[in-house]
Design a protein around this ligand. Structure first.
Ligand code: PEP
Length: 246
């Protein structure tokens, strides 16, 4: 599969600015035609506007979360079939901000991943240790537990390794640390999904910028990037995408 370059627009923008950003990404990608697969994940309420701009382009759009139930009395939540109805092909699940701010457990993330798959969406399941866990030598233990608890049998999605302390901070692990963790994640996934299971792409996320993208995306087992801040600037997002080799 082509490397996936995914933008998480979080809770930013307006209808007009989201459509304008999508338009700039579309026009810029058409001019460049890189090897990566591109995805943008705007706020759910902006999805129809972004979908209208990106329809007919190779750029996918997706959600930032979904509920585990396909419908029901869940005030304020978004069901996976609703995202699919907006033409979404992907959904980010278990982002560290959702885990921290909404208390999402691995069990909840697993249920959401199953709901996403049932709706025909491809989940991007986020894992990652916090700074105290890394300093204590517990990074692999934390990520391993998140994978074993959060990845359902038959998982056909992607994983995003996002060290919590690298998100929005301008700090990143060393290349050796990223490569080691991605190798660990691949080995754990083989164990969790079995030898015949699908091989998810393993994206790196956490302060990816145009200046560090080529080095990070060139590492073994790095199958793309999940990008927050830099995805809000079309030129930066596209520069990162161009650093990905097919
Ligand atoms: C993120 O929130 O998923 C993320 C990677 O953010 P940033 O690129 O801003 O560190």
């Amino acid at each position: 599969m082509a490397p996936l370059i995914a933008g998480n627009w979080k809770m930013h923008g307006s209808l007009a600015s989201a459509a304008a950003l999508a338009g700039a990404v579309r026009a810029g990608w058409q001019a460049r035609q890189g090897a990566a697969e591109l995805l943008v994940c705007p706020a759910a309420i902006h999805l129809p506007a972004v979908a209208a701009v990106l329809a007919g382009s190779p750029i996918a759009w997706g959600g930032q979360d979904c509920h585990a139930a396909p419908q029901g009395a869940h005030t304020g939540d978004i069901a996976a079939p609703m995202l699919a109805d907006c033409g979404a092909r992907y959904v980010i699940l278990g982002h560290s901000e959702r885990r921290a701010e909404h208390g999402e457990s691995d069990v909840a993330v697993r249920a959401k991943a199953m709901a996403a798959a049932a709706a025909g969406l491809r989940p991007i399941l986020c894992v990652g240790e916090n700074e105290a866990e890394r300093n204590a030598g517990q990074a692999e233990a934390r990520v391993g537990a998140q994978l074993r608890g959060g990845v359902p049998a038959g998982f056909a999605g992607d994983i995003a390794y996002e060290p919590v302390w690298a998100i929005g901070t301008g700090r990143t692990p060393t290349e050796a640390e990223v490569a080691a963790m991605h190798g660990f994640i691949r080995a754990t996934l083989r164990d969790v999904l079995g030898a015949g299971g699908a091989a998810p792409r393993i994206l790196y996320g956490g302060s990816v910028k145009p200046g560090n993208a080529a080095a990070l995306l060139g590492l073994a087992e790095v199958g793309g990037a999940l990008i927050g801040g830099a995805s809000l600037k079309a030129e930066d997002f596209l520069a990162i995408a161009m650093a990905a080799r097919g």
